[in-house]
Ligand binder design. Structure first.
Ligand code: MSP
Length: 644
């Protein structure tokens, strides 16, 4: 059996963040699981490096696209080992081999008559790098970028996607597992219920040169999606070669919902036009938000994988990502939730089970796996473990990782109860219970072996430590999910345990990723502060502060306070901020005025009122008294405008 699992190739206009980390960790977990089952696996990730967006990003840094893409692509490549992600191939769309095959494919599809030249006018969104339909617009804006698309009329090449619409509908209907979870399959079918337009697949060089030149017209470069999707083939050596022959039939693509359309519609129709069999499965997951807010650069709440690993450790992070998100739905990231999972699931439930059980084997049996006594047998743990294995395997194959882990933790709970119910410390005091104690300890050790086994794809480091402590080497058949290893009863009597490792320390303080990053980066390693300042911060830390222009719409006094005012501002949504400026400003002076606020400050209760942000002032001294002077834009701007 073989598996070929891919992640999207990430745009190099942004640095790796939590969202990229999630997809890549899922793909890694799946590939480790399949390897553990004895399959031949190919796991591919990489970077998407052509197109308008990338040129803009390079321009913003005042560098050539080539050196820009090299730098950011390397950042992605260097991030994955921190997350214990082991991909077999990292593809870049600027790789010469990829470029060559994209051109070959374009020529093939052109020769078949599936690409034609036509004039087109439409509404183009630069952010999406595609034409939008009127229907997609929200208040005249692109729904993703919230900016109006530009009206563009130009001659371009088109791929006859419409020709394959019915074949695609038939394929999806005949293969319920082609797109999962089902909600996304339904979404695609609903989209296909309307006539499918042909796909514009070129950009005139007058507008964009950073792309793959069309083989049949050097005045144009290839549309970035037509180029990018083909990575899934070029990465395994298409049009021919042993890897292509072995892996293409087993291709499973993993993406988030944002790029469903290119993967579920463009890509299969492209494959049909190329006469290449369709991929096997498309797995679609939801979006990570941060504290229930969309992650975005402008809000300054982008979470970086490196900071998370530094704060929580890679095993905890991987476990959290897979356990917390119901695959297919959105999830919210918060450092409190990750700390809670570490303390409850890992330190308390799993860590305690492991240390209590192994400590008893050391104490009562000198660290040797005992022979269970058949006259004192019980199958509580054997049955629970077998049930877990069945549910776990199915859940992993179905991309229901959260449920797979739930099943694992059910077994952890049962094993913890088993210790309490059987009280080995009491059995140890009764000489005629020696056989029963052997059985209880054996059952616990065998449960731990299976736990270390099923956790290996999710937490490779911690699971390897667990297996080593139980006395299993790396290649022991007992640590494979292949036939005998994945069944109850393989632990052999006499196997010597090793020292018990510290697995999951309890985290005492709820550290936020941001504060941890600040802790670790400040202090002596940083450059000295500019004269007169107390400490430097990284630019990335400053970027986390969301500064906005807000307009005062209402002002009320705060009961029992001379200094405080309850100020309602529009930024552009209304919010209440309690500010201590009553001695310097009257309600009349404030109404209609534009001020600067910190918009992403954690809300605080002040005199019983929830204050959502902070108004910025300059502090000065007039006649020996401190006075506050409001800050604002030099000219009126739209409320909510970003300050940077
Ligand atoms: N370059 C294209 C993909 C081409 S694939 C042939 C692209 N790149 S991207 O950098 O924008 O990456 C999008 C992918 O990153 C998502 O599909 C998902 O895998 C991951 N995520 C980005 N933000 C995410 C969240 N907030 N939450 C979860 N995953 C997200 O699109």
């Amino acid at each position: 059996m073989t598996t070929y699992i891919t992640t999207p190739i990430y745009y190099v206009n942004a640095q790796p963040h939590l969202g990229h980390a999630y997809t890549t960790v899922v793909a890694d977990t799946y590939s480790r699981f399949k390897r553990l089952c004895g399959e031949r696996v190919r796991f591919q990730t990489g970077t998407d490096e052509h197109g308008d967006k990338i040129v803009k990003a390079a321009e913003a840094e005042d560098v050539e696209p080539r050196s820009y893409v090299d730098r950011i692509s390397a950042m992605f490549r260097d991030t994955w080992p921190l997350l214990e992600v082991q991909a077999d191939h990292f593809i870049r769309t600027t790789d010469p081999a990829h470029v060559e095959v994209v051109r070959l494919i374009l020529q093939k599809v052109y020769d078949r008559g599936d690409i034609y030249f036509d004039e087109y006018s439409g509404l183009y969104c630069r952010g999406c790098e595609r034409y939008l339909t009127e229907k997609e617009l929200v208040d005249g804006n692109c729904p993703d970028h919230l900016t109006p698309p530009q009206e563009i009329a130009e001659k371009n090449y088109f791929f006859r996607m419409s020709r394959y619409q019915q074949r695609l509908i038939d394929h999806i209907n005949a293969n319920p597992e082609f797109i999962t979870p089902e909600r996304y399959r339904n979404e695609v079918l609903a989209f296909l219920a309307e006539p499918l337009a042909d796909l514009c697949i070129s950009r005139p060089k007058s507008r964009l040169t950073w792309g793959i030149e069309l083989p049949f017209d050097d005045n144009f470069v290839t549309y970035v999606w037509f180029d990018a999707l083909i990575n899934y083939l070029t990465g395994i050596g298409y049009p021919q070669g042993p890897d292509f022959d072995e892996f293409w039939g087993a291709a499973e693509h993993l993406i988030a919902k944002d790029i469903l359309k290119p993967h579920a519609i463009y890509w299969p129709t492209m494959l049909m036009a190329m006469d290449v069999p369709l991929y096997k499965k498309l797995h679609v997951h939801g979006y990570w938000n941060v504290d229930d807010t969309k992650m975005s650069k402008s809000l300054g709440n982008v979470v970086r994988p490196r900071e998370l690993v530094e704060a929580f450790g890679v095993d905890t992070l991987r476990y959290f990502l897979l356990r917390e998100m119901s695959f297919g739905l959105d999830a919210s990231f918060g450092s409190e939730t990750i700390v809670a999972r570490q303390n409850a699931d890992l330190a308390n439930d799993l860590g305690n089970l492991f240390s209590r059980a192994t400590a008893m084997v050391w104490k009562y049996r000198d660290g040797c796996t005992p022979q269970p006594d058949s006259s004192a047998a019980d199958d509580t743990l054997a049955r629970a473990a077998e049930a877990m294995l069945v549910e776990y395997r199915q859940a992993m194959v179905d991309f229901r990782f959260h449920q797979g882990l739930q099943a694992v933790w059910e077994l952890v709970g049962i094993a913890n109860k088993y210790i309490v119910n059987n009280a080995p410390w009491v059995l140890a005091k009764e000489p005629d219970q020696a056989g029963r104690l052997d059985t209880v300890l054996y059952n616990l050790l065998e449960t731990l072996r299976l736990l270390a086994l099923v956790l290996r794809p999710v937490m490779p480091g911690a699971a390897a430590k667990m297996a080593a402590a139980l006395g299993y080497g790396e290649d022991d058949p007992a640590v494979s999910l292949l036939a005998e290893g994945g069944r109850w009863g393989l632990a052999a009597a006499g196997r010597k345990l090793s020292a018990i490792p510290a697995l999951f320390p309890r985290l005492e303080v709820a550290k936020s990723a941001a504060s941890t990053a600040a802790d670790s980066k400040g202090g002596s390693k940083a450059d000295p502060a500019p004269a007169g300042e107390q400490g430097v911060i990284e630019f990335s830390q400053f970027q986390k502060v969301a500064l906005r222009v807000a307009e005062v719409v209402a002002v009320e006094p705060v009961k029992n306070s001379h200094k405080l005012l309850k100020i309602t501002v529009a930024a552009p949504e209304p919010r209440v901020i309690v500010a201590g400026i009553a001695e310097d400003y009257s309600a009349e002076e404030l109404r209609g005025r534009q001020v600067l606020i910190v918009a992403n400050l954690k809300p605080a209760k002040i005199m019983g009122i929830s204050s959502q942000g902070m108004i910025l002032v300059a502090r000065t001294v007039v006649d020996g008294r401190e006075k506050m002077v409001l800050l604002g834009p030099a000219a009126k701007v739209a409320p909510g405008s970003i300050v940077s």
